[in-house]
Design a protein around this ligand. Structure first.
Ligand SMILES: Nc1nc2c(ncn2[C@@H]2O[C@H](COP(=O)(O)OP(=O)(O)O)[C@@H](O)[C@H]2O)c(=O)[nH]1
Ligand SMILES: [Mg+2]
Length: 186
């Protein structure tokens, strides 16, 4: 069984918990806003995600982190042994564009993770502005893979993009495991 730990971080009320529930097929619906306290860990299992013939299942731990910076002292514990970081923000909020630089710096650059282990998600809530579809981000965020998520309009596209990202993370985990195995016998 290949296992990966992926964090969901970003500004408050961006939609982290909604997306975490959606991709993990958790039944918790969209209700009134409940701020996540510290972190909530969702498990998600996917058979045969990496498409190998062995058909090994993959297990994801999705760490739905609080966007509140009062939990900053917990961040090192959250980041420990993580394989990926998904930064979720609301493209309608100019303040989020600044804030995600901080999340990127703390959770990706300082760990350090590769840029390929990071996914940026512009999450469009119902009734959001149309023109933010052509969002252009400044360096260094413009080097990252950016997807748009709109659960009302195209939920399957969102799911597909997340699965693509999860597949890339599982491939990295698989590669590092193979390297470790090789290093033991050589
Ligand atoms: N209908 C709908 N509401 C959403 C969506 N995304 C976020 N929301 C609303 O925005 C609130 C904040 O989302 P949440 O995921 O809890 O934000 P978090 O602080 O980033 O975890 C939720 O309580 C929902 O009311 C969405 O895709 N559809
Ligand atoms: Mg939350």
């Amino acid at each position: 069984m290949l296992k990966a730990k992926v964090l969901l971080v970003g500004p408050r009320e961006a939609g982290k918990s909604v997306l975490a529930n959606f991709v993990s097929e958790s039944i918790e619906g969209i209700g009134s806003y409940v701020p996540t306290q510290g972190v909530r860990i969702l498990e998600y299992e996917k058979p045969n995600l990496n498409g190998n013939s062995k058909g090994a299942a993959c297990r994801f731990e999705l760490w739905d982190c609080s966007g509140d910076q009062k939990f900053e002292t917990c961040w090192p514990a959250l980041m420990k042994d993580s394989h990926g970081v998904i930064i979720i923000f609301n493209p309608d909020m100019p303040s989020h564009l600044k804030e995600i630089e901080m999340w990127y710096s703390c959770f990706v650059q300082q760990q350090p993770l590769l840029d390929s282990q990071c996914l940026l998600v512009a999450h469009h809530k119902p009734g959001s502005a149309e023109d933010t579809e052509n969002l252009s981000l400044a360096h260094p965020l413009n080097k990252l893979k950016l997807i748009h998520s709109n659960l009302e309009e195209d939920p399957e596209d969102v799911r597909m993009e997340f699965m693509k990202y999860f597949r890339s993370i599982i491939n990295l985990v698989n590669e590092s495991r193979e390297k470790e195995e090789m290093s033991i016998i050589s």
